[in-house]
Design a protein. Structure first.
Length: 255
């Protein structure tokens, strides 16, 4: 079994080391990850700048490719150039902070897994809820169990799972819930300050939406201390209104 691991917290992030050690004995594992933190970069890729790559020693225990680029860059470059053979699976994480609800659209962790799915490779994004003590070792044990079940199930080409693990301060999760992504709007707001030179500076902040508004969602599962597993797809066509929009009276030709 060949596995490619990436993330968005950077190649030296403790969550990546935990994921590597959790699955290292299951097959041939290669790591290709960003040189620096790339949180909330979504599915950005580098098209106007070269990508610097170097081999680095991580956590004094394994080597990986450090890429001066985005999470999607890392997976794309790994698959197309750096790996000797196509992997059987792409794993991303373990991210510091959950990627639930609308954060799925912004997440570099999810983007790395999605890039693997675009290449037809079954992929999983792993994230751990923020808490006072981020127990990546136990999160890695959970990730290993989820991944083994995923691999044994022989997932179809390009399947992508988003896996969110609740905070582990209070003990192990109560179980697993396969649930939809919440589409409730984030409670975002900006704080404004004045720069010394007179211009305004805005900083984005916010809160997760109320899980009660979508009780069957990933948000609710995390709040109730379950591991939330959401299968994702990346066809953004709104098929519900495709026929309706097609029936509108569009111009026949342009001059």
């Amino acid at each position: 079994m060949r596995i490619l691991i990436s993330n968005d917290d950077g190649i030296l992030a403790p969550g990546l080391a935990a994921l590597y050690h959790a699955v290292a004995d299951l097959g041939e594992v290669e790591v290709v990850a960003p040189e620096t933190t790339q949180s909330a970069m979504g599915h950005a890729i580098s098209v106007l700048k070269p990508l610097a790559v170097r081999k680095v020693h991580v956590a004094q225990s394994f080597h990986g490719y450090s890429v001066d680029g985005r999470p999607a860059d890392c997976v794309k470059l790994g698959l197309m150039e750096l790996m000797a053979a196509k992997p059987d699976f792409v794993l991303s994480g373990i991210n510091a902070g959950v990627n639930t609800g609308m954060n799925v659209l912004y997440s570099g962790t999810v983007a790395a897994a999605a890039e693997g799915a675009f290449f037809g490779i079954p992929s999983i994004a792993f994230s751990l809820e923020l808490s006072d003590e981020l127990d990546f070792q136990r999160a890695g044990s959970i990730a290993r169990t989820i991944f083994q079940r995923f691999a044994r199930s022989k997932p179809p080409s390009g399947m992508c799972l988003n896996v969110n693990i609740p905070a582990l301060d209070a003990g192990w999760p109560l179980g697993v819930r396969v649930c939809p992504q919440s589409t409730s709007q984030m409670e975002d707001f900006y704080t404004r300050e004045m720069h010394e030179h007179g211009h305004s500076i805005y900083m984005l902040d916010g809160r997760m939406p109320d899980a009660n508004s979508h009780p069957e969602s990933d948000l609710a599962a995390i709040r109730e201390r379950y591991v939330a597993i959401t299968p994702l797809r990346f066809d953004m066509t709104d098929h519900r209104v495709l026929g309706q929009v097609g029936a509108w009276e569009w111009p026949g030709a342009f001059e």
